[in-house]
Ligand binder design. Structure first.
Ligand code: HEC
Ligand code: HEC
Ligand code: HEC
Length: 281
């Protein structure tokens, strides 16, 4: 194999493109002892910092092999073993993912300064990284990177009561049905009344964005101009002498897709996962 290709493959390993299989993909709650390496328990995200150190030294070996800067090859190889050992002691439940011997063998191969040998020896070490990532990265993101909707409350503009976010979704959903059910029955007066309630509940969702987003700009989505257009279109039909069902349902579809579905696709996946973990066993 050409050295360039070996370097590419080895960096791909260091960059986590490790072959894993479908059965490796699981979403299990991360062990409790990991929490001390993440906010709020730790000021710094220490686990991630540790990952960056290993990744830098792993990649650093190959960058320097290619430059024939052998002094730095040896430095990075030694530091990689050191950081890998250190990481292996951080989370007791995860100890078995580590193979210190594989790290030492890789370092020894790197120190021969033969890039083909180093490339070959990187595979065993790289697989230990890849296996843990496949089994834990998604859960770690869901637990430590995604804020929870379960702590958010919304003041219902109709009842003026403050309720949990998911309960609020339930009331949005039933006011939506108040509109569609009455419209299909030809009860346009009732549908128009229900639409006012539904619109005010839906637009109230704008007050929740700032609980997680610093940028006001995100409100262009879901609760922005597509929603305004859809609501205006529905009102127009309901106020017409003879409502046009085609136009009405088209706007219902627009709101359902760009209002409800698009927000769910972005925000609800992690809520599903978090909810499972919050359930008592
Ligand atoms: C802010 C983005 C957002 C918008 C816009 C939104 N939803 Fe939701 N919805 C969520 C999230 C997040 C959850 C999960 C909440 C949880 O896990 O507590 C959810 C949950 C739900 C649920 C399940 C409630 C439950 O009891 O678990 C229903 C039903 C629902 N949404 C309907 C709708 C409908 C209908 C619309 C549009 C008219 C809509 N949502 C618009 C974010 C949104
Ligand atoms: C015992 C489990 C485990 C092992 C072994 C492991 N990692 Fe990780 N790694 C993780 C988890 C969990 C994350 C996700 C962290 C996060 O995003 O909060 C991660 C993320 C990363 C990231 C991305 C960091 C970022 O900023 O998003 C890099 C790079 C990385 N690991 C490199 C490595 C390398 C290189 C090795 C092997 C030498 C390795 N990891 C071994 C668990 C592991
Ligand atoms: C519980 C926290 C939470 C709430 C409430 C929330 N979001 Fe988000 N949203 C996130 C997270 C986390 C992401 C991922 C990227 C990020 O952090 O911006 C995201 C991503 C997005 C994205 C993708 C683009 C981007 O900026 O990352 C949009 C658009 C968005 N949200 C809009 C909204 C709108 C509009 C509302 C209010 C109706 C809302 N969000 C309410 C947590 C939240």
């Amino acid at each position: 194999m050409k050295p360039f290709r070996v370097l590419f493959i080895a960096l791909a390993f260091a960059g986590l493109a490790v072959p894993i299989q479908a059965k490796d993909m699981v979403v299990k709650e991360p062990p409790e002892s990991l929490s001390k390496y993440y906010p709020p328990q730790s000021k710094q995200p220490k686990w991630i910092q540790q990952m960056h150190k290993m990744s830098t030294h792993f990649g650093g070996v190959f960058v320097n092999l290619k430059e024939k800067d052998f002094e730095n090859v040896d430095k990075h190889a030694n530091k990689l073993v050191e950081e890998y050992k250190k990481t292996s002691e951080m989370v007791p439940e995860w100890e078995d993912y580590f193979d210190v011997k594989a790290a030492e063998e890789f370092a020894a191969a790197a120190k021969t300064h033969d890039i083909a040998k180093a490339g070959k020896a990187s595979g065993g070490l790289g697989r230990t990284c890849g296996k843990c990532h496949a089994e834990n990265e998604v859960s770690v993101w869901a637990k430590f990177h995604w804020p929870s909707f379960h702590k958010i409350k919304v003041t219902d503009p109709i009842s003026e009561k403050e309720i949990e976010f998911d309960e609020y979704m339930g009331s949005i959903s039933s006011s939506f049905k108040g509109v569609t059910v009455n419209f299909s029955e030809g009860q346009y007066g009732r549908a128009a009344k229900a639409l006012k309630i539904f619109k005010s509940r839906f637009m109230e969702l704008k007050s929740t964005c700032s609980k997680c987003h610093a940028m006001q700009d995100v409100k262009r989505f879901y609760v922005g101009s597509d929603a305004d257009t859809a609501f205006a279109g529905m009102s127009r039909e309901l106020n017409a002498d003879k409502p046009n069902p085609g136009k009405f349902w088209k706007n219902i579809g627009l709101l359902g897709k760009t209002g409800c579905k698009h927000c769910h696709l972005v925000h609800r996946t992690n809520s599903f996962i978090q909810e499972m973990w919050e359930k008592p066993e």
